[in-house]
Design a binder for this molecule. Structure first.
Ligand code: LIP
Length: 278
């Protein structure tokens, strides 16, 4: 990492903490909820304000950099990853949790150069846990190094996934049968936390052994992806092939053996890509 990326990461930590403070303050007030693509795709004024704060602060320091932000894309901005240094931002990962005051809400930022993630910051702002990682330098939570569990045996594993509204009943059936197949191997169980970024950090810190999901976005994954790999874990596509940040799907696990074993059980359903019109 060149010195300039270190400067970017230092600034990212400052702005992420500031954003997290804004989220905590907003939780003390009434929250008014708006809808985006579906009746369960929620957004609040806080999501928009936090993203605006993050982008304006970064733009002041790094005016030539690019951005992919969840709320900017919702407002019509392109979601194309180029080779230019790019900040991939989820201002509130876990908006539904935020709306319900379910205490797992994160500000997540990944920074990519030449389409490779250089560093990631995930701030679980109610827990006050700041996860960070940069390429080749390990992963940390509040400054303490973290490691994945290293579990290889699926029958001894605790997994995470997310349950979401599916308009199409075939997709819903696939989501449920994927869970059924995994649970009946058997495994120790499946949990749902409601924030993809926090899910990845839970794998990175060894609290669970794996996490898989189909239908999330690059801004949900960019911050957490490097935190998992720098903690010794793996991140792959749900078919076990190399991870693609724009593919809207992932398996992340404490070992390659476990990721491959999960990939055998997961049936895909179409969810489009982040970098094409769906
Ligand atoms: C949400 C995720 C959640 C996932 C949803 C959604 P948002 O992010 O983190 O875990 O199941 O698909 O993407 O919309 O709260 O930033």
């Amino acid at each position: 990492m060149t010195d300039s990326w270190k400067e970017c990461m230092d600034h990212c930590i400052v702005v992420t903490r500031e954003a997290g403070k804004m989220v905590r303050e907003a939780l003390k007030c009434d929250i008014s909820v708006m809808l985006k693509s579906s009746p369960v795709d929620l957004v609040t004024e806080t999501d928009q304000k936090v993203e605006a704060l993050i982008i304006s602060s970064i733009k002041q320091k790094f005016p030539n950099h690019s951005f992919i932000g969840e709320e900017s894309v919702a407002a019509g901005a392109p979601s194309i990853l180029t080779d230019n240094p790019t900040w991939i931002i989820d201002p509130i990962d876990g908006t539904t949790n935020f709306v319900h005051r379910f205490p797992f809400v994160a500000v997540s930022i990944g920074f990519a150069v030449n389409k490779e993630i250089e560093f990631g910051i995930v701030y679980s702002c109610i827990e006050d846990k700041l996860y960070s990682a940069r390429k080749g330098k390990g992963a940390f939570c509040n400054g303490v190094q973290i490691r994945v569990s290293g579990q290889k045996d699926i029958t001894k594993s605790l997994l995470l996934t997310e349950l979401g509204y599916k308009k199409d009943s075939e997709h819903f059936q696939t989501m449920m049968s994927n869970m059924q197949r995994i649970l009946t191997i058997p495994t120790h169980g499946i949990r749902c936390v409601g924030s993809a970024a926090i899910n990845m950090c839970l794998v990175a810190s060894g609290a669970v052994d794996a996490y898989y999901q189909i239908g999330i976005h690059c801004w949900d994954m960019a911050g957490g992806a490097i935190i998992v790999t720098e903690a010794g874990g793996v991140i792959v596509d749900i078919d076990g092939r190399p991870f693609d940040l724009m593919s809207r799907r992932l398996i992340t696990a404490s070992s390659k053996a476990l990721a491959d074993r999960i990939a055998v059980e997961i049936q895909p359903f179409p969810c489009g890509r982040d970098d094409t019109e769906n």
